[in-house]
Design a protein around this ligand. Structure first.
Ligand SMILES: Nc1ncnc2c1ncn2[C@@H]1O[C@H](COP(=O)(O)OP(=O)(O)O)[C@@H](O)[C@H]1O
Ligand SMILES: [Mg+2]
Length: 253
């Protein structure tokens, strides 16, 4: 963390001492990522970056101790990888969304736009009253949000891992949240038992990067797919049978 508080200016990567270059190359944090993380400290969102809690395809999620401007004990910090190339195929979600028509070229431009998109989608979710992490701040490829877990810093498990003690209630809560989101013109677009965390038996929707507005050309297709995925999870695991068309009508009415 000492690099973050360093005030020394370095003009290029070559100026880094070799030991630091190696540290960065070996995959702790890329230089731009470090600079972006710094803002979380200066804005008092976090006071200490702790450790990684999940490694994903495009992003890693860390737990951090909160700073003075955040009420809860912990903060989840999602760090999108800049070297990833899997974002190139994601332009399908970004193109067609009128909110994101100016994308800087290059992979970091796409990643930063994606991160900003997840932040603004989480804000919409918060305003709609969903069970979802409250967003705190985004900066470049970094997104800080409410930590979904217990007071000791243990992250909540996914629905896939934890299951639901009261599956009918859990399913109703998820469908209700999808309806609330839809009422704010947004569709999650990647709902599954992996993108739902179970905290005290309440399902929390996470991973809003790909969420699209209702006007998106594939909005209906994405919503129908979300419904189909979640209903089939509850059908296969708990024998709950719900009609997909009925659920679609209920969410969109
Ligand atoms: N706010 C959060 N609180 C606790 N854990 C989280 C939070 N956000 C993400 N995670 C953990 O990180 C994992 C990856 O996050 P996710 O947003 O789904 O990214 P990805 O795009 O890599 O799937 C999640 O499956 C979950 O285990
Ligand atoms: Mg996910």
């Amino acid at each position: 963390m000492s690099r973050m508080v360093s005030k020394r200016k370095r003009s290029s990567r070559e100026d880094y001492p070799l030991s630091e270059q190696l540290k960065i190359e070996e995959g702790v944090f890329e230089r731009r990522t470090m600079l972006h993380i710094k803002k979380l400290f200066t804005r008092n969102i976090i006071s200490k970056l702790e450790f990684i809690i999940a490694k994903g395809k495009e992003a890693d999620v860390y737990i951090a101790d909160h700073g003075s401007s955040v009420p809860s004990d912990f903060v989840a910090v999602k760090i999108f990888r800049l070297e990833t190339s899997s974002f190139e195929k994601r332009t399908d979600y970004i193109n067609g969304d009128p909110r994101f028509f100016r994308i800087k070229s290059g992979i970091s431009g796409i990643v930063n736009e994606w991160c900003k998109k997840e932040y603004s989608n989480l804000r919409i979710a918060e305003a709609a009253g969903l069970h979802s992490p409250k967003p705190y701040l985004f900066n470049g490829n970094i997104l800080a949000m409410e930590f979904i877990g217990d007071s000791e810093g243990k992250p909540s498990q996914s629905l896939k891992a934890a299951g639901a003690a009261d599956p009918v209630n859990a399913l109703d809560s998820i469908l209700e949240d999808m309806k609330k989101l839809y009422s704010r013109d947004l569709i999650h677009g990647d709902i599954s038992e992996y993108n739902i965390l179970m905290k005290d038996e309440v399902p929390y929707l996470i991973d809003f990067g790909q969420a699209v507005v209702k006007d998106h050309p594939k909005a209906e297709e994405f919503l129908k797919r979300d419904i189909s995925v979640i209903l089939s999870y509850f059908r296969k695991n708990y024998g709950i049978s719900r009609n997909e068309d009925e659920s679609f009508k209920q969410i969109t009415s």
